[in-house]
Design a protein around this ligand. Sequence first.
Ligand SMILES: [Zn+2]
Length: 386
Amino acid sequence: MFNRSLTLGKLAGIDVAIDVSWLLIFGLLWWNLSAGVLPTLQPQLSGTETWVWAMVGTFLFFGSVLLHELAHALVARKQGIPVKGITLFLFGGVAQIEQEPKRAQDEFFMALAGPAMSVVLAVTYYLLAGTAFLPEAFVSVLLWLTTVNVILATFNLLPGFPLDGGRVFRALVWSITDNLRLATRIATLSGQVIGYSFVGIGVFMALGNPVPILGSGLIGGVWAAFIGLFLSQAATSAYQTQELTSMLSEVTAEELMRTEVAAVAPDLRVHDLLATHVKTRKERVFPVVEATKLLGTVDMRQVMQVPRDDWPTVTVAEIMTPIDKLTTLQPQTEAAQAVTILTRAAQTEVPVTWRQQLKGMISLRDIGLWLSLNQGFDSRELDLSA
Ligand SMILES: [Zn+2]
């Protein structure tokens, strides 16, 4: 959903984009204003006037959502958390904040900033609507914007992760228990409950039963159920991501690396490498080591570029990737950070070194294997009923 976005420009140094899906919301709101709200409140307006005022309202709504997201982004940036940009999409917006907050209080203020902005906007629109000299149609638009911003703040404050309220809730549990993992478990569980409640309410509405605020009817019901499904899925995936990150922050590269690696000497000939190492081992990347000091690595792609006639004369040192061109990890690097580094590295196999000495080799496959072996144990440890 994030790949089809149109970049609009920069606001306070933050990239602003809209997802194509947002155009649907734009159209729906404009239609809601021009065919429903305005003809009821301002029946004296001509057709063209109604359309124009509906457009004004829709643009101001767009601005309101943008300011909500901008509030999140600016608070995040003030706390030293990098923000990539803001994308407005189907259910409002997303501030692309690049890392999770390190402290409960950072998350608390960052999450609260958006709904607080929506409340400020609602109050502003309401006060503006009270000023005497504005056209009546604009007053109706301002009152509609007041309601919409109140709904936006209220919905986002529901205590289910990853909604803003769910983040506030998580921050509170986190600060009380000092356990981010437990706090995430509880807040995402609440997100799932709220999500499925919306699905239930949606079905109830679709069957013709009225629900306070949300109304009744098939379209409203399907819409509520759709939002509920989206929320419960987002909660589940946020939980899984957090689980992986917590598991990986408890181990280091040293614990996950392979120590039995086929190191080769720099003066080894390509012919001998192929005859002795490649034929007998599964490895495709060989660290080149001289007296325990890592000089570089050589892989099969580099070996295959040597013409067959040169195999007996060319040495490994001549074709290897030297150490200064390699990504390496230190033994004490957290596995969670190692995943980020490995994902960006040009190599599939990364040497783990300490003071230039080779300690082992690590790849994303090694980390994946460890995760699949350990997942069972950790999820039992987390069982809340235990
Ligand atoms: Zn928000």
